[in-house]
Design a protein around this ligand. Structure first.
Ligand code: GLA
Length: 383
């Protein structure tokens, strides 16, 4: 199990760092691909982090160092670059660019990044880099910002600079996560409610080891299908601005006017919002079986209607739901690879881990990484 202490951080050759800030990855319990159409999501922060260590320079240069890749790159601080290079440094540079638009300008700085959030696994390594960088830059500037503004600035970095059209969920939970709680977030109003996760269950995350790639890939293609559906619904009923405003009945009325794939993508989202509400009520009354039933439905929907699962994720879910102590299992995150999330009775979690590892290897020949997690706190500055 990863922990913040295990993420080594670079100490600079000369001069003390001004700040060391950490932001977590996340797992989404339910509410997938709903965030960018104003919907409901239920993520939890997990105990994997990116740590950003920063200090200022007086030569108007930005020097970025990735400890994981042992690679350094430099950029001018004035003017800041305005385009991405398809490189890991796009994430911190995108955040510097985005914060500058909020009036946060820091001049030259040195930023060192280290992390243990699995990459390309659907656990939001990118949002953890963005939020850790944002907190570090704010500390250097001596500036403060509300959590939601930080999350939105990081989302803008990813959308407009990096070029991945992600929603607000990942950046928001990286900022606002709370230990032992999931967060029910309304992505239309950005209002949220914390939902305690019962202490006797673990969030078991199974990495299919199939890597996904968001920037410019299938994720953006799904968003376009969703936007096409929204436009058709809006013509039918002008009060529908996002899918959050649509009911299943609206969709059915418009079915003939949209291609079948667009209809099914939208049906996933409209029904998923309902599932999140039912699941939240179930969690609040401690009914994990009812919660698990919504997870099962959610997986079927994202697999069959949204077509964002893959055979390895389906295999992991099929194995999990037969194992003792498992209340529910589904793919989590953007999909097309990455991880499943499983709600498992704590006393059975280790047995679950071993069984799923063995059966998945027998079926697919792949050695899955499996993490036994609890919900963790959101981003924070350590120094
Ligand atoms: C990715 C995106 C999020 C969200 C999920 C799917 O993680 O970054 O904004 O859309 O996919 O729920």
């Amino acid at each position: 199990m990863a922990s913040l202490d295990k993420v080594a951080t670079q100490s600079f050759a000369a001069g003390a760092p001004v700040a060391r800030c950490a932001a977590p990855g996340r797992v989404n319990l339910i509410g997938e691909h709903t965030d960018y159409s104003g919907g409901l999501v239920m993520p939890a922060a997990i105990d994997f982090h990116t740590v950003a260590t920063i200090r200022s320079r007086n030569d108007a240069r930005i020097v970025l160092y990735s400890q994981n890749l042992a690679e350094e790159v430099a950029y001018p601080a004035d003017p800041l670059p305005v385009t991405a290079r398809k490189h890991w440094s796009d994430y911190p540079m995108g955040v510097a660019w985005s914060l500058a638009q909020e009036g946060v300008r820091v001049g030259g700085f040195e930023l060192s990044l280290a992390g243990d959030v699995p990459l390309g696994a659907g656990l939001s390594s990118s949002a953890s880099i963005e939020v850790a960088t944002a907190l570090a830059l704010l500390a250097l500037a001596g500036a403060e910002m509300p959590l939601a503004t930080i999350a939105l600035a990081c989302q803008r970095a990813e959308n407009a600079f990096v070029g991945a059209r992600s929603g607000i969920m990942d950046q928001f939970i990286a900022c606002a996560g709370q230990q032992d709680h999931a967060l029910l977030l309304d992505c239309r109003s950005l209002e949220y409610r914390l939902l305690p996760i019962p202490p006797h269950v673990r969030l078991v995350i199974c990495n299919s080891m199939v890597k996904h790639e968001h920037a410019g890939g299938q994720y953006n293609a799904r968003r376009e299908e969703v936007e096409e559906g929204t436009r058709i619904l809006h013509r039918h009923r002008p009060s529908i601005l996002t899918l959050r405003d649509a009911r299943e009945a609206d969709l059915v009325e418009c079915r003939q006017q949209m291609p079948d794939n667009v209809f099914r993508r939208c049906r996933h989202i409209v029904t998923e919002n309902k599932r999140v509400e039912i699941a939240a009520a179930a969690l609040e009354r401690g009914d994990l079986l009812a919660f698990g039933a919504q997870m099962a439905e959610a997986h079927r929907s994202i697999r069959d209607d949204f077509a964002a699962s893959c055979s390895e994720l389906d295999t992991l879910v099929a194995i999990a739901v037969r194992l003792p102590g498992c209340y529910g299992a589904r793919m989590t995150g953007g999909g097309f690879g990455g991880c499943t999330v499983n709600l498992v009775e704590e006393s059975k979690a280790e047995q679950f881990r071993q069984a799923i590892h063995e059966e998945y290897r027998t079926t697919t020949g792949i050695d899955a990484d499996i993490y036994l997690c609890r919900a963790s706190a959101g981003a924070t500055c350590l120094t």
